[in-house]
Design a protein around this ligand. Sequence first.
Ligand SMILES: Cc1ncc(COP(=O)(O)O)c(C=O)c1O
Ligand SMILES: [Zn+2]
Length: 434
Amino acid sequence: MSTLLDDTTTPGTAGTPAPAKKGPRDGAFGNARALACRECGHEVELGPSYACPECFGPLEVAYDFPAVTREEIAAGPRNIWRYKALLPVPTDIEQSPNTEPGFTRLLEAKNLARELGIDRLWVKDDSTNPTNSFKDRVVACALSAARELDAKVFACPSTGNLANAVAAAGARAGIPTVVFIPSNLETPKKVNSAVFTEKLVAVDGNYDDVNKLASEIAGEEEGWAFVNVNVRPFYAEGSKTLGYEIAEQLGWRLPDQIVIPVASGSQLTKVDKAFQELIKLGLVEDKPYKVYGAQAAGCSPVSVAYKAGTDAIRPVKPDTIAKSLAIGNPADGIYVLDVCRRTGGAVEDITDDEVRDAIVLLARTEGIFTETAGGTTVGVLKKLVESGQLDTSLETVVINTGHGLKTLDAISDRVGPVATIAPTYDAFAASGIV
Ligand SMILES: Cc1ncc(COP(=O)(O)O)c(C=O)c1O
Ligand SMILES: [Zn+2]
């Protein structure tokens, strides 16, 4: 059942012509052509659909790209709309209120590289987005679609960061938001949503329960745009901008290797899609690159399947401090396996203790405070080096997807004052600190 007011036509009464079919305005989705099934290739028209009517496979946006030049992109705004020609958004998208995420820093991580024994390493730091995670990117694209489809409510099931981004973007756009989260989320993530929306709904259950509830609501309520359910194809395209930026910031070339956290797996697969598009458009040279996925051992269904050499991803019940990655039944898991195998990468997982160690490692080597998802990614990078799965002579990028202030509890027992002393020089001198 369609839940947005997309093409519903009121039947005409006798003698009265039916009103013209109401659909998205011309150019609402830029250069996007259709939604295409990732399994069978069947195409459906652009709208609030996410499952293939032929085989129930997931739909994703397909395009008729014009010639796009590096100069045109470079002349664009310093946010994700510089890539608007490659996204399902209108050409005047900058006019619409949004949080304007993107163009985050790509930092060369010399200290961490030395520590890990990697020749050349970069951190793509997406924690500096408006609500401090990469989710602002996907939400910006979903919001555009929701607006074009006349949605009345902007909503999501979330592991935390997405809720923050949806609530903030909806506030700025003036669209009512309702965000659903597992009730056991970290307090900072709850507050970071509740400050932007009066409708933060905590659900007694894990993310997979919340997601199921959201799908049910999407099937019942008219006019709701659930960013990662019924407008998911548009939402997911926002993640491509992370890949575009990395290539542009490296001087229009692809890295040799990239390590990306995996929850639903959408971000990882879209970075690969971005790299493939840049190659096809002639914006970067065609060269091999390896994609690695990172999970926490307490929720690692994709890593387990990778190691078992199977495509069958067994859903799990998450139990990890990496709550933003705690999706036990990942929608794009099978595509993650495909990308990592095709490119010669891997999927690896680490323990919660290793996640904590990696948070501190990144902070103390590069001055970047990451949340548990980034700890998972950096920790997996370390493990990949130690186990010989990653070629340390190749140029590597690791993505930090979220800010450490959102998951303080994860490491508050690990770090703190080295001593508590009286405010006197004698006390300092006696403390033996230096
Ligand atoms: C900080 C952070 N990193 C990574 C992810 C994983 O993204 P995906 O679901 O696209 O795999 C999430 C998902 O919520 C997240 O919040
Ligand atoms: Zn299909």
